[in-house]
Design a protein around this ligand. Structure first.
Ligand code: PMP
Length: 430
């Protein structure tokens, strides 16, 4: 299945040889390394990207969901050129940050906001803030949920073994994660068991409100509501990590489910592809931040380029109307996959949420990480390399999802489905 891809990408292979002598695995983020070698890209425009060999791909990965507005959106290009002429970073507060804080406050229904650069920083600070506010140490996370690359939450993100706490990286001492407790997604009892035992020591429950790092697994609404009630009973804070969901539905998962968590984190798509993240929430909780109180700092926090990009993205591009068009295209794509399942008699389950969707190579919709893990990854990889060799990047990995941007169009979806049909027929015929 790889041979077509290898034939088309000799320059990527050669760059990998050079890069891997200087950069571990030849990449800047572990997730960008997929064996046999990573794809090296040179540019993106609209819904497409180009690699070093001159191949063009319709991009449905959209930088792991960071490009809800597509590549090089003309409005962003114009605004950033103007901004850069007046400096990229000022070292003191940039006045327009206040405008952005107000936009986020209204759109995501939060009282106070602080900015960082990455999702990792946002979730790291959110749990620190929760601990400072509650004066408690423990936190609950869910198996299969990813909150970035910092020590405390790199626990049970993609474990093979069931029922054991497992750290997902070398170099993280067990001691550092002794306060991180792990529950099962969509299993209220697993949360209640931990809370009834340790509730008075638990600062926060952090979750991806729609799990998007094991495909897409929505929560049962009763499960979410149960957790909110339980947390209230014990004075535990709820943190919605909306780094993905916040840019995939107009007002994020909090808006979608009509819930008001104590804290939320945002990142990825909200700044149109520039690094910007947000920690936001209730006033009395956010007020623990400050000099000689709770640390939150960063040279690049709210850098003017990102702030301007985010204002333009949120007010002029990711509007209610444009989301409506995106949802329509997203349904078209998932319906196309559902039709293919009927035609080809193949085990695929398609699912969407907001601007995203995915396919599971199974005849059931997984409801938690264990059910997700049962799905055979090998078929996904066959599908992925074949799709790539035919000019479609369907998503970044088997546990990721596609993102429909405001620059995708109906032709992109039709092309995706034509290629998928060819690829799935090939897989089916062995
Ligand atoms: N939270 C979630 C839900 C994510 O999906 C990610 C990244 N995929 C992060 C946090 C970390 O964000 P970043 O890569 O910007 O550090």
């Amino acid at each position: 299945m790889l041979s077509e891809y290898v034939k088309k990408t000799p320059k990527s292979l050669s760059l990998y040889g050079i890069a891997s002598r200087m950069m571990p695995y030849g990449v800047s983020s572990n997730y960008r390394y997929l064996p046999p070698y990573p794809l090296y890209l040179v540019k993106g425009k609209g819904s497409k990207v180009w690699d070093v060999d001159g191949n063009v791909y319709i991009d449905f990965n959209m930088a792991y969901g960071a490009l809800g507005i597509g590549h090089s959106h003309p409005k962003l290009v114009k605004a950033l050129k103007e901004r850069f002429e007046n400096s990229s970073i000022l070292g003191f507060e940039f006045a327009d940050t206040i405008k952005l804080a107000k936009i986020i406050k209204i759109r995501y229904n939060v009282d106070m906001v602080r900015f960082s650069s990455t999702g990792t920083e946002a979730t790291m600070h959110a749990i620190r803030i929760a601990r400072a506010y509650t004066k408690r140490k423990k936190i609950i996370k869910f198996e299969g949920h990813y909150h970035g690359s910092h020590d405390q939450l790199l626990v049970n993100v993609s474990p093979d073994k069931e029922g054991e706490k497992s750290v997902c990286s070398h170099g993280i001492p067990e001691d550092i994660v002794k306060y991180t407790l792990v529950a099962e997604w969509n299993n209220y009892d697993s949360v209640e068991r931990i809370v009834r035992k340790d509730g008075n020591d638990i600062a926060a429950i952090i979750m991806e409100p729609v799990a998007m790092n094991m495909g897409i697994i929505e929560p049962d609404v009763s499960f979410l509501k149960g957790i909110f009630n339980l947390a209230k009973e014990y004075g535990i804070l709820i943190i919605f990590d909306e780094v993905k969901t916040g840019g995939k539905y107009y007002s994020g998962a909090s808006g979608y489910y009509g819930l008001k968590p104590d804290l939320i984190t945002l990142g990825k798509a909200i700044a149109g592809g520039l690094p910007l993240s947000v920690i936001a929430g209730r006033k009395e909780i956010m007020s623990v931040i400050g000099p000689e109180k709770t640390a939150h700092g960063g040279t690049f926090n709210a850098n003017p380029l990102s702030v301007v990009a985010s204002i333009v993205t949120l007010t002029q591009i990711l509007t209610q109307d444009s989301f409506y068009e995106v949802y329509k295209l997203n349904s078209l794509l998932s319906k196309g996959y559902k039709d293919l399942v009927e035609d080809l008699d193949i085990d695929i389950t398609a699912v969407t949420w907001g601007a995203s969707g995915t396919i599971f190579f199974s005849n059931y919709l997984p409801r938690n990480y264990r059910e997700f893990l049962r799905i055979d990854k090998r078929i996904w990889y066959k599908y992925f390399w074949l799709m790539l060799s035919k000019g479609i990047i369907p998503m970044a990995d088997y546990d990721e999802e596609w993102t429909i941007s405001t620059q995708h169009n109906k032709e992109d979806i039709i092309k995706h489905l034509e290629v998928a049909e060819e690829v799935l027929r090939k897989i089916k015929s062995g």
